[in-house]
Design a protein around this ligand. Structure first.
Ligand SMILES: O=P(O)(O)OC[C@H]1O[C@H](OP(=O)(O)OP(=O)(O)O)[C@H](O)[C@@H]1O
Ligand SMILES: Nc1nc2[nH]cnc2c(=O)[nH]1
Length: 185
């Protein structure tokens, strides 16, 4: 099946957050996160691929500017698989670095219904992480979020629509758009 065209989606989509607003939100988040690691321990910084990549990179630089070193690794768990609604979670890659006794900082693009980050957090805890902190660029505002998950650090709150850009895909397109868009009707 051919994917719907990004250009068609952009023709009716709304910009919900522009680049400058998102960059400012990430700087603010770094300022909030930095004090959590004042003890000198280097956190294990886990990017949740694919969508988390641009946000995680920018947040990492903002934390580096504030004097925080990070050890990088990544995981890929996907529930949407290039579609606009989620199904069962598939693990495509698990981090190679041991989490035993480590402070883990997860960076992802969006917390929507929460299934992905709930499963990821449980997995990190099962691996022996001493602490798991979650940073997301966007949190979607609705009442369908699963119990027992919330982000410790949130950049922006997005409306209850399918959003794309800034890491988030529209049928695997548009991840490198430097703004967050909401799909039109
Ligand atoms: O809160 P949830 O409803 O579980 O959705 C959030 C997850 O969905 C997206 O990943 P996706 O499955 O699209 O994988 P991708 O990052 O590879 O696009 C996003 O990156 C989050 O990880
Ligand atoms: N691209 C994208 N991925 C998601 N994963 C969960 N919700 C969303 C969303 O609104 N957009």
């Amino acid at each position: 099946m051919t994917a719907p065209k990004l250009a068609d989606a952009l023709a009716t989509a709304q910009v919900v957050f522009d680049k400058a607003t998102l960059e400012a939100a990430i700087e603010r988040m770094a300022g909030e996160i930095r004090p959590a690691y004042d003890d000198g321990e280097v956190p294990l910084y886990i990017t949740v691929m694919n969508g988390g990549l641009p946000f995680a990179a920018q947040l990492a630089f903002a934390l580096g500017e504030r004097g925080l070193d990070l050890e990088f690794d990544y995981l890929h768990a996907t529930r949407y698989r290039g579609q606009t609604s989620g199904s069962g979670l598939a693990w495509l890659h698990r981090p190679a670095t041991s989490m035993q006794g480590r402070k883990v900082l997860l960076a992802d693009d969006i917390l929507d219904e929460g299934h992905t980050l709930l499963a990821v957090r449980h997995w990190c805890e099962d691996q022996g992480a001493a602490e798991v902190r979650i940073a997301v660029l966007a949190e979607k505002v609705h009442d369908r979020c699963v119990e027992g998950i919330c982000a410790d650090h949130v950049g922006v709150r997005v409306p209850d629509a399918y959003v794309f850009g800034y890491g988030m895909d529209y049928y695997e397109q548009g991840r490198n758009l430097p703004a967050i868009y909401a799909l039109g009707d």
